[in-house]
Design a binder for this molecule. Structure first.
Ligand SMILES: O=P(O)(O)OC[C@H]1O[C@H](OP(=O)(O)OP(=O)(O)O)[C@H](O)[C@@H]1O
Ligand SMILES: O=c1cc[nH]c(=O)[nH]1
Ligand SMILES: [Mg+2]
Length: 230
């Protein structure tokens, strides 16, 4: 079950569980407002970058709902009490270069102590196959929570490959933050990562992919719009 774009009704937020993988569509008027401007072809690169940054911070609020914490004792100016702090080891944030880099500041604004790793991936325009051209991540991710940043979940090839690599290194809890997802990509994630500890948090699940593998209605090529290469 997913909330589709355009919305058909004032449906409640979708939070679906399929064999372990969860898809969470953040249903909030501010998210919808910013996403609409992001989609608009008239939006220029500086505005696109600013909106992507703002949207990530809103998504991150939901995506970090299960971030691990430890109880700590503190003393306020009034009395002793208990609270929580983020656990060690710290979460790892992995932006998928190129377009995912535009989501990094928005994420680390909420998680300033997170470690950051990098994956450079590109999707072949003809075959739509994803390949990795850069990998700078800790070798051992045993027991780590990881947040992957990629604005577009289209066929799912990029995110499935990225998440398989993280799980192979030992990550035991992976959350992907995407600005937009296609139903085809969500279904591929659910089938190829069935049973894996994976959550997708997105601002919307759109209608479909077109013949070129682009999300419809989508927002075009996120990397090109972010970095002005159109
Ligand atoms: O779900 P998929 O079908 O794999 O497509 C999604 C990927 O495509 C885009 O990257 P692109 O290859 O355009 O690289 P870029 O970020 O450098 O522009 C996007 O940023 C995702 O990483
Ligand atoms: O619609 C799409 C699909 C893949 N990558 C993008 O940037 N946009
Ligand atoms: Mg691109």
């Amino acid at each position: 079950m997913s909330t589709r774009w355009p919305p058909e009704s004032s449906a409640p937020p979708a939070f679906a569980t399929v064999e372990g993988m969860r898809t969470h569509v953040v249903d909030h008027p501010l998210v919808a407002h910013k996403l609409t401007t992001l989609r608009d072809e008239r939006t220029d690169s500086p505005t696109f970058r600013r909106l992507a940054d703002e949207l990530v911070t809103l998504l991150a609020y939901e995506a970090t709902r299960d971030v691990r914490t430890d109880q700590v004792d503190i003393t306020t100016p009034v009395t002793a009490t208990t609270g929580v702090r983020l656990s060690h080891p710290r979460p790892l944030v992995v932006p998928i270069i190129r377009a995912g880099l535009g989501m990094l500041d928005g994420m680390t604004r909420l998680l300033p102590t997170a470690e950051v790793g990098f994956l450079g991936m590109i999707r072949d325009e003809q075959t739509l196959q994803a390949s990795t051209y850069a990998n700078r991540m800790p070798e051992d991710l045993s027991g780590r929570q990881v947040y992957v940043l990629d604005p577009m979940l289209a066929t799912g090839g990029t995110l499935v490959a990225a998440i398989k690599e993280l799980i192979a290194r030992g990550a035991d809890d992976v959350t992907a933050l995407c600005l937009l997802a296609a139903p085809e990509g969500v279904e591929r994630m659910e089938s190829e990562l069935a049973g894996a500890p994976v959550t997708v948090v997105t601002a919307a699940v759109d209608e479909r992919l077109n013949d070129d593998g682009f999300i419809v209605p989508g927002l075009g090529d996120a990397g090109d719009r972010m970095y002005g290469t159109v």
